[in-house]
Design a protein around this ligand. Structure first.
Ligand SMILES: C[S@@+](CC[C@H](N)C(=O)[O-])C[C@H]1O[C@@H](n2cnc3c(N)ncnc32)[C@H](O)[C@@H]1O
Length: 379
């Protein structure tokens, strides 16, 4: 799945080698801002160290748990019949599904098609949250009812349930009629109409199956765990035997605004209230990060680094080198961190990995780099 600020490509580009080399020296790897969990998965799959993945959002820790919470492969063919095929069977005999299929096959005028989709999904289905909250907006009625049946039929057994939930979250992020994230759905305007048609044609069953097959083969070498909470609250459980990875937000817009559809799936609730063009849940239900608040980001960063320094933690931190919209910048982070840590710059430069700690090349290298990778060792 696409994720804002994902480190997936950087793992192949120097960050991965640094993480593996450093984590070997510690007892555990802690990913404090795990996001789409690419980093947590990478370390858990490649090293015999437990991984703790933390995020404010449940969808993020659900993605992490699907791989780091298991030490062997799962049989995806068995889960396809017990979960996906069962969900499809139940759905197929629902009268709302028949109406959703009739709607899907009736595209003549896009504005009219979207409007009828919204009318249909305004009738409560009683199956799950996606139909009423997002049907006719982010998803077609046919997709919405399919996701609701997939959620309602998630397996009971925990490791199967976790992998299916993650497959469903990834499928939703791939099927959604929105630009890369779910802050606003596409509207049936002349320029965006084609994107709605393309997105609404994607079959959640096929996308869930694809993601399930991919996830079921992946697992950790050593069992890890997840915590859905503010990173600040987890620091008392971290110490000098942990290698801590920090990849904080750099946007002044909350992640919970961009990814609320995925959060709704991860929470597995029966129904939710939404409002506005973006179909947002109430603010109280959307986790707020100090790191995505211009006036709070600097104090939050200072507190985080100070508390980790007090616990003698070693940190690897990534951040864009220039100023970010949340008021932080790589240079500011370096300056703050150097009060308590020896900071080595391991930034990626022009697609190449370079360890530049402490020599005269730092200045030029930093200017060419767009993402800093800092290794911070307690003084
Ligand atoms: C830049 S993304 C991490 C991307 C991740 N490393 C990846 O490769 O997919 C930042 C993440 O921090 C999370 N976050 C924001 N504030 C947080 C906080 N105070 N504690 C824990 N997680 C937080 C957001 O929900 C978001 O998923």
């Amino acid at each position: 799945m696409k994720y804002m600020g994902s480190k997936r490509s950087m793992l192949k580009n120097g960050l991965g080698k640094l993480l593996l080399r450093e984590t070997k020296r510690f007892d555990r790897f802690v990913d404090l801002f795990t996001g789409a969990a690419f980093v947590a998965w990478f370390v858990a799959e490649n090293l015999d160290k437990p991984v703790l993945a933390v995020d404010l959002q449940k969808y993020a820790t659900s993605l992490a748990q699907a791989v780091i919470g298991r030490t062997s492969q799962l049989d995806s063919s068995e889960i396809i019949s017990s979960w996906i095929e069962k969900s499809a069977q139940h759905r197929n005999s629902d009268s709302f599904w028949l109406e959703a299929v009739a709607h899907f096959n009736s595209l003549v005028d896009i504005q009219e098609w979207v409007s009828r989709a919204r009318d249909l999904c305004s009738i409560p289905s009683g199956i799950g949250p996606i139909w009423s909250a997002y049907g006719g907006h982010y998803f077609s009625p046919a997709q919405a009812i399919t996701f609701d049946y997939l959620i309602a039929n998630l397996p009971k057994e925990s490791s199967k349930r976790e992998v299916c939930l993650a497959a469903c979250i990834s499928a939703a992020s791939e099927c959604v009629a929105a630009p890369g994230h779910t802050a606003q759905p596409f509207q049936p305007t002349n320029s965006a109409a084609q994107f709605i048609v393309e997105a609404w044609k994607r079959d959640p069953i096929e996308y869930s199956k694809k993601n399930l097959i991919a996830l079921a083969t992946r697992h950790a070498q050593v069992l890890g765990s997840t915590i859905t909470d503010d990173a600040a609250n987890v620091i008392p459980h971290i110490n000098s035997t942990d290698l801590v990875f920090i990849d904080p937000p750099y946007s002044s817009v909350q992640y919970s605004r961009f990814y609320h559809v995925l959060e709704t799936i991860a929470r597995v609730e029966q129904s939710i209230n939404v409002s506005g063009v973006g179909r947002y849940p109430p603010l109280d239900d959307r986790p707020q990060s100090q790191f995505s608040n211009i006036s709070q980001a600097k104090p939050a960063l200072i507190e985080l680094l100070k508390n980790l320094a007090e616990r003698s933690c070693t940190i690897i931190l990534t951040f864009p080198s220039g100023p970010a919209s949340n008021s932080l910048s790589g240079d500011y982070i370096k300056q703050v961190a150097s009060q308590w840590f020896t900071v080595e710059d391991h930034s990626t430069i022009s697609g190449k990995f370079s360890t530049l700690g402490g020599n005269n090349e730092i200045r030029d290298a930093r200017m060419n780099s767009n993402e800093l990778i800092l290794l911070m060792k307690p003084r």
